[in-house]
Design a protein around this ligand. Structure first.
Ligand code: SF4
Ligand code: SF4
Length: 130
């Protein structure tokens, strides 16, 4: 620290989304806020109500709005915005806040599970189902 200024310590992620079939996007309750819906509406050139209707559903029990799901070939279902071919988010730059924050540390619990199962099966491509 030659100039006496502190600098941020780089945090190296201990997970690789490249090697993962997108477990986090299979979570059934991905909550969205009005701000998320506005961003998605802009991305798809829709108005707010159209984006809300097409991309989200209301969970009356929990009183929250969630991303819609689609049937998936790996998991039972995944977020409707996941590209099933690439296993990547199709709206990456417009994705909801909760997707930006996850996993909120340098470790991802799903990835730890995947790594453990792949080592256990001695198969680097094995996809363990939760
Ligand atoms: S589950 Fe973890 S490793 Fe997999 S895509 Fe999501 S954040 Fe990345
Ligand atoms: S919006 Fe993108 S990152 Fe978020 S759950 Fe859907 S596919 Fe995954």
């Amino acid at each position: 620290m030659k100039n006496g200024k502190a600098f941020p310590i780089p945090v190296k992620a201990k997970y690789s989304c490249e090697k993962c079939p997108a477990y986090c996007c299979s979570y059934p309750e991905i909550e969205v806020t009005p701000r998320d819906i506005e961003r998605l509406a802009r991305h798809f050139s829709l108005d707010y109500e159209q984006a809300e209707e097409r991309l989200t559903k209301y969970d009356a029990k929990e009183k929250v709005r969630l991303l819609r799901h689609q049937k998936d070939r790996v998991f039972d279902s995944v977020c409707a915005l996941l590209d099933q071919k690439t296993r990547r988010c199709s709206v990456y730059h417009a994705r909801p806040g909760v997707c930006r924050e996850y996993p909120d540390s340098n470790r991802c619990g799903y990835y730890e599970f995947l790594k453990f199962e792949r080592a256990h099966q001695d198969d680097p491509h094995f996809i363990a189902l939760t």
